[in-house]
Design a protein around this ligand. Structure first.
Ligand code: ADP
Ligand code: MG
Length: 275
């Protein structure tokens, strides 16, 4: 009996530039096609760290080149662009792989908005550095325009945004209908485009939702049997990168909670996956 599987691809697993991403997407498509061929329903989610950084930098340079003509591009729009661009590569890689195997299945990317709570405490404490490094003078200008900035580990100044928890997925009904119709769906890219609800309207906000939390929400909301999170390491470790490092292969929820309490998993990278 086929299972419903959500697969979350790590942002860095998609490479740092355009040709790297296309090659990585091809390799990923083979693994995903194996699952589809075995009769499972697959929904693909993915990160966007390097890509959204690249897009944001390009848009910021455009504004700098001619501020009269190009007003700054909101972060939510940059996330939407990254979903389109990554979805384009994944969609084509999957389409080709399925066709090569004689599997007739549609593949479609859903630009996904994820609702966050404007009262989420994360908004009071922005923690996630994003985009290009700036000089102190550029950082001051950025702050003056209402965007928080911070010094990032001695490497220069960067914008810093909140990382609120996903509350709900706006396009969930479309995603469910597409899965039910037998399509392979790519959704929730980069954790989703963060929005807050204002009556019937949605307003994009300057935030980044962790793609692991968004993928977990997606898996819950479509009643998935499995959530698979792929990243740059083969396994989760305790005492990670220390001489007594030990790789884990199978743990209970109680053990996971105990390791979290010991601070075994780095916040913003491994911790959200284990949580
Ligand atoms: P992704 O884009 O896949 O979400 P992240 O960089 O956010 O990637 O998180 C995965 C990374 O977390 C791993 O590549 C590894 O470098 C790091 N990491 C931190 N703590 C651990 C740990 N305890 N075990 C394994 N990897 C860890
Ligand atoms: Mg991550």
């Amino acid at each position: 009996m086929g299972k419903r599987i959500v697969i979350a691809l790590g942002g860095n697993a998609l490479g740092e530039n355009l040709p790297e991403q296309m090659a990585a997407a091809r390799g990923t498509a083979r693994a995903i096609a194996d699952l589809i061929q075995a009769g499972h329903e697959v929904v693909v989610a993915h990160g966007n760290g390097p890509q959204v950084g690249m897009i944001q930098k390009a848009m910021a340079e455009l504004t700098r080149s001619d501020p009269e003509r190009y007003i700054p591009c909101p972060l939510s729009v940059c996330v939407a662009m990254s979903q389109g661009y990554i979805g384009y590569d994944l969609q084509n890689a999957l389409r080709e792989e399925l066709m090569d195997r004689g599997i007739d299945k549609g593949v479609a990317t859903v630009l996904t908005q994820v609702e966050v709570d404007p009262a989420d405490p994360a908004f009071q404490h922005p923690t996630k550095p994003i985009g290009a490094f700036m000089t102190q003078a550029e950082a001051e200008e950025m702050r003056r325009r209402g965007n928080p900035v911070m010094e990032d580990a001695g490497r220069g100044w960067r914008r810093v945004v909140a990382s609120p928890k996903p509350v709900s997925i706006v396009e969930i009904k479309s995603i469910r209908d597409m899965v039910a119709a037998g399509l392979v769906v790519v959704a929730c890219g980069g954790g989703g485009i963060p929005v807050v609800r204002e009556g019937c309207r949605l307003r994009g906000v300057s935030a980044v939702i962790d793609k692991d939390f968004a993928s977990a929400r997606l898996a819950q909301m479509i009643g998935a049997d499995y959530l698979v999170i792929l990243t740059a390491v083969e396994r989760v470790a305790v005492n990670y990168a220390k001489p007594d490092q030990r790789w884990l292969s199978r743990i209970s929820v109680e053990e996971a909670r105990a390791y979290i309490a010991q601070g075994q998993f780095a916040p913003g990278s491994m911790l959200p996956k284990v949580e």
